[in-house]
Design a protein around this ligand. Sequence first.
Ligand code: PMP
Length: 450
Amino acid sequence: MKDDNFLREMNARHLWHPMGHPGEAQVNAPKIIKSAEGVGITDIDGHRVIDAVGGLWCVNLGYSNDVVKQAISDQLFQLPYYSSFAGTTNPPAIEASYAVQDFFAEDGMTRVFFTSGGSDAVDTALRMARQYHRLRGEPTRTKFISLKKGYHGTHWGGASVNGNNRFRITYEPLLPGCYHLPSPYTYRNPFHETDPAKLAQNIAAAFEDEIAFQDPSTIAAFIMEPIQGAGGVIVPDPSFMKLMREVCDRHGILMISDEVICGFGRTGDWTGARHWGVKPDMMTIAKGITSGYFPVGGVLVGDKVADVFENAPAADGAIWTGYTYSAHPVGAAGVVACLSETLRLDTKTNAAARGTQLYEGVCKLAEKYDIIGDVRGGHGLMTGIELVSDRAAKTPMDNDTMKRIHQATYEAGTMVRLGAHNILMSPPLVISEAEVDQIIASLDAGFAAA
Ligand code: PMP
């Protein structure tokens, strides 16, 4: 192993980081995480902190699940790779497909198409939505509608339905025919509506209005996260997803639930859609499917969509997209073990209890610190804290102060994530009560340093 200074220098010289300025590492060295255990990570200086980010909303089982590690490792020696393009398959991929459909049966999902991650899954789902309508004889249904503040990955399709202009403007023009509705974000919205149920109705009405304007015969699908994650942990009213489902149904529009973060227990239910009592037509999944131990994602399809594909003439029904690593045997072995561990540990139940504890703890901090403008969460282990420099004016907190709070929280024992002027948290779902208390104490120290 190279010495620490060498690592820092080589990182600054050669490694470009996603979502970061390539010159930044030269002036502001990133933390180099060397090892992890339980829900904690250790940097190269030997500083151990609780990982309240869960890697990147993905390490649901924590860092020490040996069952998943062993399954991945064994499979590496059995069959380290084979393609699943039409004509070949492999045993772990088949087992994983069974485990996945079993896990999502209550959501009505019966088929899975594996990808290498969430962005791939979103892109594939959008393609499948267009193809579904084409196969049904409605080839004009090509447009997509999504929510502002939504995050759906960074491929061209995902970026096009993304609802944060930071991820869009640099790379425009994006996919034509993508339209965005307001987010169910009570703290700031164009309707100045603070009642979440009324805001949900306003957005459903805006959805109807947009559909009428575009014409329903041109719209393929609506995609949303059940709880918006990267956009700031935006928890809608419990009625919201149902209302959007009803609008989709009225106009023959497919509903895609992007479960890349919400799936696998994070919301306190096994899926975000189930948490809100909704059955979508398709789902996109990734992250918690292997607890982040191996890159895997997928598109889930219910019978309504599957029947159209499976009964289509051979020339039309083929899925002309896919990845070298779709249904990768090592990843698939990880999926089988991870789903089995997720169910055995009943991580959703702990996520619900610890999520409430974290949310209530942060709400108490909001009584102490004026810089806390909004606290969002309380539905599983996703918590967002929006920081402001002026509570009455809701002025977003400046970057330097955000960085100072981040560093002070880290020094006090917890890694959190910054998303603009939000602190975002999504700790492993196996976190203990004492560890959640420790996160809250670290945040207290972080805010004191603002
Ligand atoms: N959809 C959602 C809801 C996500 O949160 C993410 C990643 N944070 C993605 C899609 C993209 O996934 P990936 O980074 O694995 O490509």
